[in-house]
Design a protein around this ligand. Structure first.
Ligand SMILES: C[S@@+](CC[C@H](N)C(=O)[O-])C[C@H]1O[C@@H](n2cnc3c(N)ncnc32)[C@H](O)[C@@H]1O
Length: 221
């Protein structure tokens, strides 16, 4: 067994990094995302990531945010409220099966469908062509195969300098959920190998706690 031994009087940077990794595993395994709410509605996210999303939206003047995976709509409402403060913007949130009683907001459009359905992709192509700055957040099916498919399709909508976030790479990165098998990290690795339009921006993990390590992908060309 490879045990972590720490000299408390002389903690190295390497020790600290390992502790951060372990804290990330603990944070995820405690299922804190099930108890994290925005305006009383569950948002299955790490709040540190949500803070960074707000910074991306504001700094890049996002006017269209596409989200795959709605669940209870807490994240869609969060993005819509950020747009309220920015005075512009629209959220399109897609889910295989939309829940009843989703939060209603004039800036949110919900679509019930598989995220890779051709009709949906055609609609998103049209909506993205009307927007100046597009951010994409992938939070639906986290299997490596599906995430890679979404990455390929949805990366087309992202505008230059903006981001696609392949959420929940924590599953197979730290790994916080090794039993899940090949997940978002495997998808990102494959995606990044085959394209030079994006770079992995690790500066977006500055708060150390993140469900999406190596998953903030910035479009550079
Ligand atoms: C992790 S939850 C989304 C959480 C939500 N974005 C939030 O932060 O609160 C994943 C959602 O993806 C949906 N989903 C699973 N497979 C999908 C697919 N192929 N297309 C669209 N949505 C899918 C599920 O129904 C589920 O509601």
């Amino acid at each position: 067994m490879n045990k972590l031994v720490i000299d408390r009087d002389n903690i190295t940077l390497e020790d600290a990094r390992e502790m951060v990794r372990l804290v990330n595993i603990l944070y995820f395994r405690q299922k804190t995302y099930e108890k994290t709410n925005w305006m009383g509605i569950n948002a299955a996210k790490c709040p540190m990531d949500m803070w960074v999303y707000q910074e991306i939206m504001h700094s890049l003047k996002t006017d269209l945010l596409i989200e795959t995976g709605t669940l209870f709509g807490g994240s869609a409402l969060f993005f819509a409220n950020m747009f309220d403060m920015m005075g512009k913007g629209k959220v399109i949130s897609i889910d295989l099966k939309l829940q009843k009683n989703l939060p209603q907001h004039p800036r949110i459009e919900y679509i019930e469908s598989s995220s890779v359905e051709l009709k949906v992709l055609d609609y998103l192509t049209a909506e993205a062509s009307k927007a100046k700055s597009v951010t994409v957040i992938l939070d639906s099916d986290h299997s490596a195969q599906y995430k890679l498919r979404e990455l390929k399709e949805y990366s087309k909508f992202v505008t230059k300098n903006n981001y696609i976030i392949a959420e929940d790479t924590c599953f197979d990165y730290y790994p916080a959920w090794p039993e899940f098998g090949p997940g978002p990290t495997a998808a990102v690795q494959k995606f990044m190998k085959a394209n030079n339009q994006f770079r992995v921006d690790r500066s977006k993990e500055l708060h150390l706690l993140s469900f999406s390590p190596m998953a903030f992908l910035q479009k550079i060309m």
